[in-house]
Write a protein that binds this ligand. Sequence first.
Ligand SMILES: Nc1ncnc2c1ncn2[C@@H]1O[C@H](COP(=O)(O)OP(=O)(O)OP(=O)(O)O)[C@@H](O)[C@H]1O
Ligand SMILES: [Mg+2]
Length: 250
Amino acid sequence: MTSASSAKLQVRNISKVFETKKTKTDVLQDISFEVGSHEVVCLVGPSGCGKSTLFNVISQLDQPTTGTVIHTGRLAMMFQDPALLPWLTVDKNVAFGLDRKQYSKTEMSQLVERYLKIVALEQFGSAYPHELSGGMKQRAALARTLIIEPNIILMDEPFSALDAQTRERLQQFVQTLLQDYPVSIVFVTHDVREAVLLGDRVLVLTKRPAHIRSEYKIDLPRPRRSFDSNLDSYIRSITEQLQAEALLYT
Ligand SMILES: Nc1ncnc2c1ncn2[C@@H]1O[C@H](COP(=O)(O)OP(=O)(O)OP(=O)(O)O)[C@@H](O)[C@H]1O
Ligand SMILES: [Mg+2]
């Protein structure tokens, strides 16, 4: 466990109930965890258990019913959909979150150039999103996320819409990033291999209302490769837990 003093993100006793006049849905039930400095915490759980709801609460897109989220530093988010603005070039999309009052035009374009290089898109600054492949779009979205120099990146299934090969390249890319950048990551995924590959810890959520069923510390050196056989025992245990959860539905 991370000590509270070094935690970048503290999620404390989060519960969420969606209520309408007729229905009341308990989605999150007393979820607490911390994310340390430079730590990657992956969240996995059965489909529909409340992962995105938790993500929205942590990223403050939504309010919890009870509980608090405390973070230090700058938060950035990335979703399954890269959400680039189609009428802007890649350059302008990447610069989108920068504060125009804080940088001169030259500084902005230098920054954009630097981050496009990091995601290997330096040749595509003047292209429009529709001219990019799915993986390139997601890399542009990553550059747009990184350029604001976040301390914490929250990712909700950022690679799940991509083909297997591109996904694997971006997973490797995130690992390279971790070596070069002092960033903490919360990564939501339904792909157990991805969670074990990227996570320092994997939190397994129960079916709805989601609470944390178990926590796995992934004690494997980095960089990891997705076909490394030492991932397998973790994958097996976590998958078994998830299958047990899913069976409870019936
Ligand atoms: N705004 C809302 N109002 C009412 N119910 C909601 C709302 N948002 C989500 N829910 C309900 O909360 C539950 C969890 O949804 P959520 O999207 O968080 O699950 P998830 O774990 O991300 O699913 P998936 O694996 O499909 O991405 C679902 O039953 C959903 O219907
Ligand atoms: Mg979701």
